[in-house]
Design a binder for this molecule. Structure first.
Ligand SMILES: Cc1ncc(COP(=O)(O)O)c(C=O)c1O
Length: 396
């Protein structure tokens, strides 16, 4: 009998339903007490001094870049294998994206390629490492390099919830870290994002920028005397405020983060074990002292071939087989996805820069050969066995 296995599942229960209704009853629906509580819980969990909730990770990235002073004429390095929003956020500021290829083992920016990009280009003002699928980039190395060349760093930690290097949470290494609470992420508020920083100046600027540039938030104004007078608007801002219903969801999700994350990790460990002798798939690599957040469990499809010297021809040939493999799983109603995009191959960036697929070969390989397997807390043994049995069958 077929089982319906989604790529992931949001973990919502009665707590979320009840919490969502309360703002409707009090009438405080935008950026109120629930958002304040969510921010506090998030900063305590990550260890960041400040946390600012936003409408999405994309808007958090935009705010972070602007608050760090990134503007027209500047360049920002972004890995070429990431969700398109990382690059788009840079373009919102008027700055130019400079792509850097990735390390296929981690799916993260290849830090060994960074210095060559930076040392001859004084327009490069920032690096945006992306902590993809929940695994931190080599942040200690990147932060050292940034210090040497006086660059700003913003971590796209959209997928980075509960990802760590030692005791340091994803997003806390750089000047700014940004998170997503979209349904594909481990904790979810519908749409939603969070910006964290330890820098007082950046934090103050972000709090104003996300609220039209207002020098005082509505909540602050209502709590103080003289709330009838509107504040000054001292900068040109945006409306990137999270609603208090989303904030209420965020609080509930933080309350059940252990269940969600332990559940995801349990499934990841079972995949590691079940797939370790299957030569057609390479399972996620975790450097020593790193803790994977498992926003996604992403393998590389090799069909048993040696991929240490990949060429475009080999990638294209294996890509056809990977897609057939994914189709076979789809026929058994098991959802899989390619990991994410090689952004330089997407129409807008490709046409703008005349990129060829092989310009960033590892990103191209990651796009064409990656496969994310279903992963969610509460996946039953029957569901897991069904996925593994069908993976083995499809690979025959
Ligand atoms: C790496 C990365 N960056 C940015 C984003 C954008 O997040 P959001 O949808 O919250 O704007 C995503 C979302 O999928 C992502 O995976």
């Amino acid at each position: 009998m077929k089982m319906n296995i989604p790529i992931t599942k949001t973990i919502f229960g009665d707590e979320e339903k009840e919490a969502m209704v309360k703002p409707l009853e009090t009438g405080w629906v935008v950026q109120g007490p629930n958002v304040a509580k969510f921010q506090k819980m998030f900063s305590e969990f990550t260890g960041a001094k400040f946390a600012h909730a936003t409408t999405s990770c994309t808007t958090a990235l935009h705010l972070g870049l602007e608050a760090m002073g990134i503007t027209r004429g500047d360049k920002v390095i972004v890995p070429s294998f990431t969700y398109v929003a990382s690059a788009n956020a840079v373009e919102y500021t008027g700055a130019e994206v400079v792509f850097c290829d990735i390390d296929l083992r981690t799916f993260n920016i290849d830090e060994t390629k960074l210095e060559d990009l930076i040392k001859n280009d004084t327009s490069i003002k920032a690096i945006m490492p992306v902590n993809l699928f929940g695994l931190c980039s080599n942040m200690p190395y990147i932060m050292n390099l940034a210090k040497k060349y006086d660059l700003k760093v913003i971590e796209d930690s959209a997928c980075g919830f509960d990802g760590w290097i030692g005791d340091n949470h994803s997003g806390t290494f750089a000047d700014v870290g940004c998170f997503s609470f979209h349904p594909r992420k481990s904790i979810c508020t519908g749409e939603g994002g969070m910006l964290i920083t330890n820098d007082d100046k950046i934090a103050n600027k972000v709090s104003q920028l996300k609220d039209h540039g207002a020098s005082k938030s509505d909540l602050q104004r209502h709590k103080e005397k003289g709330g009838s007078l509107l504040p000054d608007f001292t900068m040109r801002g945006y409306n990137y405020r999270m609603t208090d219903m989303q904030g209420a969801l965020g609080v509930c999700q933080m309350d059940k983060k252990e269940y969600i994350m332990n559940g995801r990790r349990e499934v990841a460990v079972k995949y590691d074990e079940a797939l370790k002798d299957i030569s057609q798939l390479v399972t996620p690599y975790i450097p020593e002292n790193y803790k994977h957040g498992y926003q996604s469990y992403v393998c590389i499809f090799t069909d048993g071939e040696d991929i240490s010297n990949l060429t475009k021809e080999q990638i294209d040939r294996l890509n056809i087989k990977r897609n057939i493999f994914m189709e076979k799983l789809e026929e058994m109603t098991i959802a899989t996805r390619q990991g994410t995009h090689a952004v330089h191959t997407l129409g807008y960036y490709k046409n703008k820069n005349n990129f060829k697929d092989e310009d960033f070969l590892m990103s191209y390989a990651a796009d064409r050969l990656s496969i994310a397997l279903p992963l969610y807390a509460g996946m039953s043994d029957e569901e897991f066995d069904y996925v593994i049995t069908n993976i083995k069958e499809a690979l025959k």
